[in-house]
Ligand binder design. Structure first.
Ligand code: CMC
Length: 428
């Protein structure tokens, strides 16, 4: 491999170092290009730009490979627990039993949120989307823990902020749902594991215990693992960018939640179910919707299809598709939109438009069907994604801080008016 790339500009040659990752990914380090030549690089949407080096997640979109800290997603989804994966992502290695117990116990100790947060929650109309509530309440943690604003916190203090966030996110997420249906909130039950506790807070009533079904708990565990990190995607890049200004962990994650909410990112899981419902209500003709997705004059896109990085089957989608069948069978649910989803997938995978553009089902295509089967309402789907992505955001924020990365600040090429003189309003 050459150690330098040569860039020739205005007849002058510049040598830029080549960087190679542990999985042989290669990059040209252009960080000195502007200082040397006056040129910047331009890459709208960062389609070809590496914003950082990272040791957390490896993703090969051509081959459909996803590893967290070197461990294949298939093995983690099959054998691990969400809390174990969270530890792995945040601290870099699989925990010993002692480390896992300590981590889980610390999280259990911090699941309650300050009662004053309920007053903030009460101020939201019941029609408020739970993602808006989640983002606002996570940001408001800075008010309850102002010490988290100190960019020079010690390692132990940072760890406490991390534990608090991991612990309180499920409580806040479940409360945002209770708010949307006008029901009283449930307090956490700390004898329960992470996923079971969340389900209890979501579904128990003051008059009725929620009976935990192991199939549902396992399905949730798997879904959260599959969403736990995905390297430098839109919301994670947002978390790192906000954090690079020395903003607190809570503010950075709150911003990430805002990014995840968009229907081209995490909001796609809600959009998929709405699309499948629309197809069902329209008579179930998937071919008609495939044609709409291909029509450049029609804004309709096949939600849950395509990915910026995967140009092969999204490995998470493969696992979720199998899990969807298993969960629905175990729960005895026959959901007609699963049939529509399978028909749509089949039609798209055999259609040259999708084949040529390498558009395959992504993680969001089937996840909503499982969420629905385990009783999660549609507008909570993206909240579920956020709950899963939280350890990834934390790990990426922590890595960025520990690497002392500089503040993120892209350049631009200005294409507006050149200098002109101000004209008073009466003369315009
Ligand atoms: N339906 C129809 N056509 C599509 C779709 C789709 N879902 N996705 C991409 N295309 C077409 C697009 O029109 C373009 O065609 P052409 O080359 O003729 O102009 C080509 O494929 C490339 O698309 P792009 O928009 O340039 O690709 P991108 O990398 O900028 O966008 C994407 C990636 C995920 C935003 C896009 O595929 C999309 O909008 N998918 C639907 C939304 C979705 O499912 N998002 C969830 C992503 S997975 C969860 C996550 O990690 O966020």
């Amino acid at each position: 491999m050459s150690e330098f790339a040569e860039i020739i500009l205005d007849g002058k040659s510049y040598q830029m170092p080549v960087v190679e990752g542990t999985e042989n990914e290669k990059a040209i380090d252009i960080s000195s290009l502007r200082a040397q030549s006056g040129y910047v690089t331009l890459d709208s949407g960062y389609k070809n730009t590496g914003a950082t080096t990272s040791e957390i997640t490896f993703l090969d979109g051509e081959q459909g490979i996803l590893h967290y800290r070197g461990y294949p997603i298939e093995q983690l989804a099959e054998k691990s627990s969400f809390i174990e994966v969270a530890y792995l992502l945040i601290y870099g290695s699989l925990p010993t039993q002692q480390e896992l117990d300590d981590f889980s116990n610390k999280i259990r100790l911090h699941t309650l949120v300050n009662e004053d947060m309920r007053k903030i929650l009460d101020g939201f109309p019941s029609a408020a989307h739970p993602m808006g509530i989640l983002s606002a309440l996570i940001s408001s943690l800075t008010a309850f823990y102002p010490e988290s604003l100190n960019p020079n916190q010690s390692k132990d203090e940072v760890d406490l902020s991390i534990i608090r966030l991991m612990a309180k996110m499920p409580t806040i997420a479940a409360w945002s749902y209770k708010n949307s249906i006008g029901h009283p909130v449930n307090y956490p039950k700390n004898k329960l594991d992470y996923c079971s506790n969340f389900l209890h807070m979501m579904f128990a009533y003051p008059t009725e215990e929620y009976e935990l079904n192991p199939v549902v708990v396992d399905a949730l565990n798997k879904l959260l693992i599959l969403h736990a990190d995905h390297e430098q995607n839109c919301s994670t890049s947002t978390v790192r960018l906000v954090g690079s200004a020395n903003a607190s962990l809570y503010s950075s994650v709150s911003a990430g939640i805002g990014a995840l909410w968009g229907p081209l990112h995490g909001g796609a899981n809600q959009a998929v179910i709405e699309m499948l419902e629309q197809i069902k209500a329209d008579g179930g003709d998937s071919k008609k919707f495939i044609a709409k997705a291909k029509d450049k004059d029609d804004p309709f896109r096949l939600m849950g299809f395509g990915h910026r990085v995967y140009k092969n089957f999204d490995p998470r989608a493969r696992i979720i598709k199998k899990a969807t069948d298993e969960v629905l069978t175990a729960l005895g649910i026959n959901d007609p939109i699963l049939d529509i989803a399978k028909e749509l997938e089949e039609a798209a995978l055999n259609d040259s438009y999708f084949v040529e553009r390498k558009l395959y089902p992504n993680v969001d295509f089937y996840s909503g069907i499982i969420y629905r089967a385990i009783g999660i309402p549609t507008d909570m789907f993206t909240v579920m994604f956020a709950l899963g992505r939280l350890p990834g955001w934390i790990a990426q924020w922590k890595e960025m801080r520990e690497n002392k990365e500089p503040i993120g600040r892209p350049r631009q090429i200005y294409t507006g008016e050149t200098k002109r003189d101000y004209v008073p309003v009466e003369k315009r």
